[in-house]
Ligand binder design. Structure first.
Ligand code: HXC
Length: 520
């Protein structure tokens, strides 16, 4: 054998060995926990044969606690580039088989390298997390490594999409990297995120809680809202990440890819003309409205199980990717509260950062009142959504289906918040409040002064009718130019798509500033 052949043999063997990470025993242990390895995850995520690995031979440089005697090529993370549906992405996947995927300084350098490449070359970064956190043996070096990653998360925010999959433990300060990214997906029963684990919680606060209750997928996708998605399995999680990417552009200078459809742009849906119940307090299915107006009825929901009173997600309309924000009359009557405002605001800001037009479907009775909301700062949180819609310069098309009352009317992308095209259905009620509340405020004393209950009811009814006729319709707003048109519900798909087409050349600036100071 020539020297060259020997050298090539050495390369092949080193590659094979690096691919085993922490070794077969640890790979088996990973599988026994129902988890895939970092490489298996990447091979599911990326187009076949597209993965090009970087830094496969990087090793840690730690000499504490006997670490100099234990090295694994590549250390505890697999990094590189590949394609998903033919589009370039940069990836890193923490390898739990190597020191529990704990972060060394060299691992952070590998991760930072792909993040820098992603920003330079304008492509999304996907991080698959499965790690015991900072590598304890490395001390401050490991913490510095996290700092380097966080800094890149911050600088890449709004430049390229950043997506985090949580496929195992994610604890301590390590949770802040995913939290700085645009979307978090967690896998049920095998992943968790928390600042500190159950034993520390018990010693500090006395609370007894297990990992799942403290920071499992259920907790973060339903209660805290930290995770936008949860998946029943790793495979399902990876499919969700791929689907998400299909709605997104590569970076903030591009628009999302178009998706051709056979769904006619001018398809009418007569059932929409009958969808609003006669009784204003009766709910109806907003998901049905969304399905009826978007291409092929396909809606990709974000934050499905959190703050269900507002619905957000992606769809295509006339082949273009759009972000949909809709109040949900089936949950708390579609009222806006702290969580709904936070959820929708973050989504609106993402769409605005990445040139995804917004389509807003409004049926909102107002903000949820009460001490719980006030003490939780509904004012500041509601202002986040107000701010998000107001600052957004992407095309914004809004349709008011039914209620649009008070502050919530303003917040939901009204004309004065630089709404581009605002339509209303004939069933729309655009007013300071509904008839019940208004009559109570305006005529409460007069009604109470009447002793005969039948007479009271008669006056109330007459006043409500008077109020409804004056305000509870779209024509007050239409007369004053606060909406562009009152449209027939069955034409909604066509009207929105045509409006979006006219807005393709939209250009709007915000005043020069260092950065804004939105009410965090
Ligand atoms: C070094 C670690 C490690 C760590 C795990 N390992 N975490 N090595 N530093 N942080 C090693 C283990 O020693 C073990 O090595 C192997 O990884 C697998 O771990 P196990 O404990 O056997 O696995 P499991 O039972 O599944 O438990 C996983 C775990 C647990 C829940 C993640 O390992 C754990 O609690 N680790 C510590 C978590 C933690 O507190 N991290 C620090 C958070 S603070 P061997 O050789 O035995 O296989 C933090 C600060 C970041 O991250 C600050 C940023 C600003």
């Amino acid at each position: 054998m020539s020297i060259q052949t020997d050298k090539i043999k050495e390369l092949v063997e080193r590659r094979q060995s690096a691919k085993l990470g922490g070794g077969q025993k640890r790979i088996d242990a990973q599988h026994a926990k129902g988890k895939l390895t970092a490489r298996e995850r990447l091979s599911l995520l990326l187009d076949e044969g597209s993965f090009e690995e970087f830094d496969m031979f990087v090793q840690h440089r730690c000499t504490n606690f006997g670490m100099e005697a234990s090295h694994t090529d590549g250390d505890g993370v697999v990094t590189g580039q590949g394609t998903i549906d033919g589009r370039l992405v940069y990836v890193y996947a923490q390898d739990f088989t190597v020191n529990g995927g704990s972060l060394s300084k060299t691992m952070s350098e590998k991760i930072c390298k792909v993040m820098d490449m992603a920003v330079r070359n304008g492509a999304p970064v996907i991080g698959l997390n499965d790690s015991g956190g900072a590598r304890i043996q490395e001390g401050i070096d490991a913490l510095a490594g996290y700092g380097d990653i966080f800094e890149r998360n911050i600088l890449a925010s709004g430049v390229v999409p950043q997506i985090s999959g949580i496929f195992g433990p994610c604890a301590g300060g390590a949770v802040y990297s995913p939290a700085l990214t645009d979307f978090i997906l967690m896998v049920e029963n095998t992943s968790y995120m928390f600042l500190t684990g159950p034993s520390v919680v018990k010693s500090v606060t006395g609370e007894v809680v297990d990992q799942e209750q403290l920071g499992g997928a259920d907790v973060h996708s339903k209660k805290s809202g930290v995770a936008q998605f949860s998946a029943a399995s790793e495979q399902e999680g990876i499919e969700t990440l791929k689907k998400l990417l299909s709605f997104l552009p590569q970076n903030n200078r591009q628009t999302a890819p178009e998706r051709p459809t056979n769904d006619p742009v001018n398809r009418m849906d007569d059932s929409l003309n009958d969808i609003i119940p006669d009784n204003p307090n009766k709910p109806y299915n907003m998901y049905g409205v969304i399905a009826s107006i978007v291409d092929d009825g396909e809606f990709f929901e974000v934050h499905k199980n959190f703050a269900k009173n507002v619905i957000v997600g992606f769809a295509h309309m006339g082949g273009r990717s759009v972000g949909i924000v809709a109040n949900n009359p089936c949950q708390l009557a579609g009222v806006l509260d702290i969580n709904a405002s936070r959820k929708a605001a973050r989504f609106v800001r993402f769409c605005d950062a990445f040139n995804i037009p917004l389509v807003n479907l409004v049926d909102v009775p107002g903000f949820l009142p009460g001490t719980q909301q006030e003490y939780g700062a509904v004012i500041s949180n509601g202002a986040k959504l107000l701010y998000a819609f107001g600052e957004a310069t992407v095309p914004k098309v809004t349709v008011t289906l039914r209620k649009s009352y008070g502050g919530a009317h303003i917040v939901m992308s009204c004309k004065q918040l630089r709404g581009d095209v605002n339509y209303a259905w004939p069933s729309a009620n655009i007013a300071v409040m509904g008839a019940d509340g208004a009559v109570g405020v305006l005529y409460g004393k007069e009604i109470k002064a009447e002793t005969d209950p039948a007479k009271q009811a008669e006056i109330t009814e007459a006043k409500k009718q008077e109020y409804d006729e004056l305000f509870c319709n779209p024509y007050q707003a239409a007369q004053k130019g606060y909406i562009e048109d009152v449209i027939e519900p069955r034409n909604t798909r066509f009207r929105i798509i045509r409006a979006l087409a006219t807005l393709e050349g939209k250009h709007q600036e915000i005043p020069a500033k260092k950065h804004d100071n939105l009410p965090l």
